[in-house]
Design a binder for this molecule. Structure first.
Ligand code: ATR
Length: 279
């Protein structure tokens, strides 16, 4: 790691809890690889101190911040400017310093788009199945729209909640997991956005019926621990290809880093970073 001196820029991630975050490891590795004089640290910020934390960070000259659970929506009130995509998604995970405060961005959606690109999943005109309707699904839905997906089937445990969030989206159907067989026959891209299957529940899968997996030719599970989820194994055993969420994680961090430093991270550095995190 670079040694800290009088010109070191400070960045970090705010959340509650924060101990589990992988962002410092990724950002400090990136800074090291790129020779940038910066250090990225975790900040444990409680909800009621969020406004103060953003103002205090600005006063301290902090260059940029990531924002994680549970602050991604509330922090939108405390930014000086808001990127259009973040406004439409309704969540901010990146604060980049500008004159007078921070500009809020959402790099979860760009991370997902860059993952799809890197594994050559072409969404344009394709019908898609989205499993889950939480915060991650919102960023995914926005990315699918930007990539001009065809019809999207959202399956969620709570249909009411999914209706509240996505009920007004065009070309979108909402149903429960048990209704998967109402999806018209064909081949679909599927994005797994629930937390089911996350380590240590490695064998759990949101839809167990084997027949469902005949509908899928390519899939991304946003989970990256374990590296291969039960959902991914089922897709693969039915002849599809499946990727975990590690590339999305890396690309969302890279996109944030690019907003913080206002320079592009070369593709070979991203690949190196991905390989180191994957090993
Ligand atoms: P994230 O930010 O990771 O998307 P979230 O907003 O809490 O987290 O969303 C979690 C998603 O996983 C939701 O779609 C949730 O379903 P509900 O909307 O019905 O709560 C889904 N989920 C979590 N645990 C689940 C379980 N045991 N079975 C089915 N779905 C589950």
């Amino acid at each position: 790691m670079n040694s800290v001196n009088g010109s070191t820029k400070i960045l970090g991630v705010m959340g509650d809890p924060i101990e589990h975050t992988g962002s410092p490891a990724i950002h400090n590795l990136l800074a090291d690889k790129l020779g940038d004089n910066m250090i990225y640290v975790p900040f444990h910020v409680k909800g009621r101190r969020l406004e103060e934390a953003v103002a205090g960070a600005y006063a301290l000259g902090i260059e940029g911040l990531n924002v994680t659970v549970p602050h991604k929506v509330e922090v939108m009130q405390y930014v000086t400017e808001l990127d259009d995509a973040a406004l439409e998604i309704g969540a901010v995970n990146t604060l980049a310093r500008i004159r007078g405060g921070y500009k809020g961005y959402n790099t979860d959606f760009s991370g997902f788009m860059r993952e799809l690109d890197s594994v050559d999943i072409q969404v344009n005109g394709r019908n898609v199945i989205v499993l889950g309707a939480g915060g991650a699904a919102k960023a995914v839905m926005y990315a699918l729209k930007r990539f001009s997906a065809g019809h999207v089937y959202i399956l969620n445990r709570s249909i009411e909640k999914a209706e509240d969030i996505f009920g007004k989206e065009p070309n979108t159907s909402i149903m429960g997991f048990g209704d998967w067989n109402k999806i018209p026959e064909g081949k679909y891209i599927c994005v797994q956005c629930t937390s089911v299957g996350l380590s240590p529940d490695d064998e759990a899968c949101v839809i167990d019926d084997e027949g469902f997996y005949d509908l899928i030719d390519s899939a991304v599970d946003l989970i990256y621990k374990p590296k291969e989820t039960a959902f991914m194994r089922k897709v693969i055993s039915h002849g599809g290809r499946a990727y975990n969420g590690l590339r999305m994680l890396v690309y969302q961090a890279v996109s944030s880093y690019e907003f913080f430093t206002k320079k592009e991270v070369p593709e070979e550095i991203i690949e190196e970073l991905y390989n180191e995190l994957d090993s």
